[in-house]
Write a protein that binds this ligand. Structure first.
Ligand SMILES: [Zn+2]
Length: 317
């Protein structure tokens, strides 16, 4: 529910009688899904995270999580063992935190919402995103669009800078190709399967390393015609449709408007962070992709994305 829908509901609460208030209170308590409930009912451990054995026996619980013991290696584990959320405290607040990630709240606002301190909110953000950043499409087919976008290099939060500090979210020396711009290759097909990869360099070898295992041989690759894409298509025999940046924006079904629109949404959404540290850029890209992957993402879905090695499903229709 968005703010516009929620505000009128909030305003009508004043009209409730004492007994209606009580009923509302009960209904809210009932509708709230606790992290523990999610973990115990929807997230059972199939394999031992230590030896991958399948003979797991229930072994009580600890810290609000069900515990198992493996008949083969005798080690105990819980559904979060060996995930980025293992040993994080205050599990009762994780789903609320997942909602903060969905809403793209700042560290400060997320900390207030969950009643945790700012350092914890920061730690949780990147723990939640550790797995999510690796969840991206493995295959693109049909009409596939590719383009590069750039992010200003940032040493935000680091003590020792190799250059004088720049005002936060500042402007680089030149657009596009200077040393202080980090290139990201965005690839998206018409099923909305999306890949964003930080490139060490925008050259034929690095672009090919991303596209070759990803793009189906029968695809048509739409780009702005940069040489890196032409050379990839020439080498692989994949059909190349060039839509020059000057001129008509589409030729029939061939255009790069989906990657461009994705990039605009990404940049607009990232503005709230006032420049992100380059060492965390992949986390933010994964965060944006998971928000786009679902039509209506819920806290429990985001939570599962944060603890699973593989995404739940790449596209939700
Ligand atoms: Zn085991």
């Amino acid at each position: 529910m968005n703010e516009q829908q929620f505000t009128p509901i909030l305003q009508t609460l004043i009209l409730l009688s004492p007994s209606q208030r009580q009923r509302l209170h009960q209904a809210l308590a009932k509708s709230e899904t606790s992290t523990e409930e999610v973990l115990t009912t929807q997230f059972t451990l199939q394999k031992c995270p230590h030896c991958l054995g399948t003979q797991l026996k229930p072994w009580g619980s600890s810290h609000g999580l069900p515990r198992y013991r493996c008949a083969a290696c005798l080690k105990t584990s819980n559904p979060l063992t060996k995930t980025p959320l293992a040993r994080l405290r205050q599990p009762d607040k994780w789903l609320v935190y997942a909602q903060a990630l969905i809403d793209g709240l700042s560290i400060r606002k997320a900390a207030v919402l969950c009643n945790i301190d700012k350092n914890t909110a920061f730690l949780w953000r990147h723990r939640f995103l550790t797995m999510i950043k690796s969840h991206q499409a493995l295959h693109e087919e049909g009409i596939v669009e590719a383009d590069e976008t750039f992010f200003l290099e940032s040493f935000k939060g680091q003590r020792h800078l190799s250059r004088p500090a720049r005002k936060r979210g500042g402007v680089g020396k030149t657009r596009g190709t200077s040393d202080d711009q980090i290139p990201v290759l965005v690839v998206r097909d018409r099923h909305k399967s999306t890949v964003t990869v930080i490139l060490e360099k925008v050259d034929a070898a690095h672009v090919k390393a991303v596209l070759a295992p990803l793009v189906d041989k029968d695809s048509v690759l739409c780009t702005d015609g940069a040489a890196v894409y032409s050379s990839f298509c020439k080498a692989t025999g994949i059909k190349h449709e060039v839509i020059p940046s000057k001129g008509p924006r589409a030729r029939g079904a061939f255009h790069i408007q989906n990657v461009n629109a994705f990039d605009s949404r990404l940049k607009e959404w990232m503005r709230r962070f006032h420049g992100v540290a380059t060492k965390y850029l992949a986390n933010y890209l994964g965060w944006r992709r998971v928000l786009e992957r679902y039509q209506a993402i819920r806290p429990d879905i985001l939570f599962f994305e944060a603890v699973r090695r593989k995404p739940q499903q790449l596209i939700q229709t």
